[in-house]
Design a protein around this ligand. Structure first.
Ligand code: HEC
Ligand code: HEC
Ligand code: HEC
Ligand code: HEC
Ligand code: HEC
Length: 375
C-alpha cells in the first residue's frame, strides 16, 4: 500500500474519530404506563399502592358501579380464583407463582397468607386492573367522576392485557416461586394478535372482548364466542368426506391461552364408534434445558386460516360404508379446557372440562357433495 493511500486512510479514520460524537445525553426513557408495575409473566404480585378497602375491595366499587360489577363478577376474571378448572389444577400443587395472576394483588395475597380468602376470591378484580399507587387508573376520566383518576391512554390496550395474557414459561424454585422467566412461550395470545389482521384495530382486544361498559370479557367459556369462532364444514367426495375447520372470528390463533386448551374434531359412524376419525388442534411441549417447556408442535389455526382433511369412509367402519347410506354419520367439534378431557375420579370437576361446539348427525346422502373446484 502506498504511503499516500495509507495517509488517506489514516485521515479518514481520524475524520471518523473527529465526527461529532453521538449525543450521549440519556434520551429520557419513556415513563412506564401508569398501570405497569411489573414485568410480564407474574413474577411478583400487583402492588396497588394502598391497603384501603375502599380501593382494594370490589364490593366497595359495586356500590356505585352495579352494572359493571355484575358483569365482572360472572366473567372469568371475576372467577379467576374460585373456578373449578383453576382450583383443580392449583389445589393439589399450590404454587405462589399462580397466585400472581389468579389473585394478583398484594392485598389479596396478604389476606391469603393469614387464611382470609375474601379478597382473593374476587380473582382478577377492579383493583387488579384499575388501582395503582393508591389512585384509580383509566383511559379517560368522566366529568362527574369522584375519583382522583390517573388518565393513561394505553389503559386497556393489548400491551395492558399482555401483563397476564402473554408470557413465557417460568423457572420455579422449590417453593413454586418464579425466580426467572425462560424464552419459551407459555401463553402468546397478544403476540399472535399483533402478528395478525386485527393488530390495527383501534380498540385492540376490546374489538371482540367487550367495551368500556362491558366487563364480561367473554372468551373460551362463552358459547356464542365459540360458535362464531370455529366454522366447520363437511362434504362428500367419492369414497371420502372432506372436513374443514376455519378460524373465522378470533383475533389470534385458536386455541389460544392456557397450555392445555385444545380442540378435537371427530367423525364416526353410529354403528362403528371404534372407527372414530380424530384431528387434534393444540400444542405439545417437551421439557427444555434450563427450565420451562419448548413447544414442539402446534396445530392451532391463525386468524382466517382453514385446514381441510380427507376422511376415508371405509376406515370409519369395517364393512361397506355405502351398504346403508341412510345410516347417520356423526361429527363433533369439542373444545377442551383441561389436560384430561374426561374427569378422573379423584378430580371431580365443579364445572365442565369441555364444551361441545358443533354436533351433527346426518345420513351420508344428506351431506352435500364437495364443490368440484376445491382440491
Ligand atoms: C361513590 C360512588 C363511586 C364509588 C364507590 C366508586 N365509583 Fe368509580 N365512578 C363513579 C362515578 C360517578 C364515575 C363517573 C363515570 C360514571 O358514572 O361511570 C366513576 C368513574 C369511574 C371510572 C372511570 C374513570 C373516571 O374517573 O371517570 C373508573 C375506572 C372507576 N370509576 C372505577 C371504580 C373502582 C375500581 C371503584 C372501587 C375501587 C369505584 N370506581 C368506586 C362513582 C363511584
Ligand atoms: C381485566 C381488567 C379489568 C377489570 C378486572 C375491571 N376493569 Fe374496568 N375497565 C377495563 C377496561 C379495559 C376498560 C375500558 C377502557 C377503555 O375505555 O377503552 C374499563 C373501563 C371501566 C370504566 C369506565 C367505563 C366508561 O363508561 O367509561 C369503569 C367505571 C370501570 N371500568 C369500572 C370497573 C369496576 C367497578 C370493576 C370491578 C367490578 C372493573 N372495572 C374491573 C378493565 C378492567
Ligand atoms: C391481572 C391479570 C390480567 C389482566 C391484566 C387481564 N387478564 Fe384476562 N384473564 C386473566 C386470567 C387469570 C384469566 C383466566 C381466569 C380463569 O378462567 O381462571 C383471564 C381470562 C380472560 C378471558 C376469558 C378466557 C376464557 O377462557 O373464557 C378473556 C377473554 C380475557 N381474559 C381478556 C382480557 C383482555 C382483553 C384484557 C385486557 C383488556 C385482559 N384480559 C387483562 C388475567 C388477566
Ligand atoms: C376479532 C375478534 C377478536 C380479537 C380482536 C381478540 N379476540 Fe380473543 N377471542 C375471540 C374469539 C372469537 C374467542 C373464542 C375462541 C377461543 O376461545 O379460542 C377468543 C378467545 C380468547 C380467549 C380465551 C381462550 C381460551 O383459552 O378459551 C382469550 C384469553 C382471549 N381471546 C384474549 C384476547 C386478547 C388478550 C386479545 C387482544 C390481544 C384478543 N383476545 C383479541 C375473538 C377475538
Ligand atoms: C402470568 C399470568 C398467569 C400465571 C402466573 C398463571 N396463569 Fe393461569 N391463566 C392465565 C390466563 C391469562 C388465563 C386465561 C387464558 C385462557 O383462557 O386460556 C389462565 C387460565 C388458566 C386455567 C384455565 C381456567 C379456565 O377457566 O378454564 C387454569 C387451569 C390455569 N390458568 C391454571 C394456572 C396454574 C395452576 C398456574 C400456576 C402453575 C397458573 N395458572 C399461573 C394467566 C396466568
Amino acid at each position: 500500500m502506498s504511503r499516500g493511500r495509507l495517509a488517506v486512510l489514516v485521515m479518514a479514520a481520524a475524520a471518523t474519530a473527529c465526527a461529532p460524537a453521538p449525543r450521549r445525553e440519556a434520551v429520557p426513557a419513556a415513563a412506564p404506563p401508569a398501570w405497569q408495575v411489573r414485568a410480564r409473566g407474574g413474577q411478583v404480585a400487583i402492588e396497588t399502592g394502598t391497603r384501603d378497602l375502599a380501593l382494594n375491595d370490589a364490593a366497595a366499587c359495586r356500590g356505585c358501579h352495579v352494572g359493571i360489577a355484575d358483569e365482572w363478577q360472572h366473567s372469568r376474571h371475576g372467577l379467576a380464583w374460585t373456578n373449578g378448572i383453576f382450583q383443580r389444577e392449583y389445589g393439589p400443587a399450590p404454587k405462589p407463582w399462580c397466585v400472581n395472576c389468579h389473585a394478583p394483588t398484594t392485598a389479596q395475597q396478604e389476606g391469603l397468607a393469614i387464611g382470609d380468602d375474601r379478597l382473593a376470591a374476587q380473582g382478577v378484580a377492579c383493583a387488579t386492573c384499575h388501582v395503582r399507587g393508591g389512585r384509580l387508573v383509566a383511559k379517560a376520566r368522566a366529568a362527574g367522576s369522584p375519583h382522583d383518576t390517573v388518565v393513561d391512554a394505553s389503559f386497556g390496550s393489548p400491551a395492558f392485557c399482555a401483563d397476564c395474557h402473554d408470557f413465557t414459561f417460568p423457572v420455579l424454585d422449590g417453593a413454586g416461586r418464579a425466580v426467572a422467566m425462560t424464552d419459551h412461550p407459555m401463553q402468546s395470545t397478544v403476540t399472535s394478535f399483533n402478528a395478525g389482521p386485527y393488530a390495527r384495530e383501534p380498540a385492540g382486544c376490546l374489538t371482540c372482548h367487550g367495551s368500556r361498559h362491558d366487563h364480561a370479557f367473554p372468551g373460551g367459556h362463552a358459547p356464542d364466542m365459540l360458535a362464531g369462532a370455529f366454522v366447520v364444514s363437511w362434504c362428500r367426495r367419492a369414497a371420502a368426506l372432506e372436513v374443514e375447520l376455519t378460524n373465522a372470528a378470533a383475533g389470534h390463533r385458536i386455541p389460544t391461552g392456557d397450555i392445555h386448551r385444545h380442540l378435537l374434531l371427530r367423525v364416526w359412524r353410529s354403528s362403528a364408534p371404534a372407527g372414530v376419525w380424530e384431528a387434534f388442534f393444540g400444542r405439545r411441549f417437551e421439557e427444555a434445558e434450563g427450565g420451562g417447556k419448548r413447544t414442539v408442535w402446534d396445530s392451532g389455526l391463525d386468524p382466517g386460516a382453514s385446514r381441510r382433511f380427507p376422511v376415508d369412509l371405509a376406515a370409519l367402519a369395517d364393512g361397506d360404508p355405502e351398504a346403508d347410506p341412510a345410516e347417520p354419520l356423526n361429527l363433533e367439534l369439542t373444545y377442551v379446557y383441561i389436560a384430561d378431557e374426561f374427569p378422573r375420579r379423584d378430580r371431580i370437576p365443579s364445572e365442565p372440562g369441555t364444551a361441545s361446539v358443533v354436533r351433527w348427525r346426518e345420513p351420508l346422502a344428506a351431506i352435500p357433495p364437495c364443490a368440484p373446484a376445491s382440491r
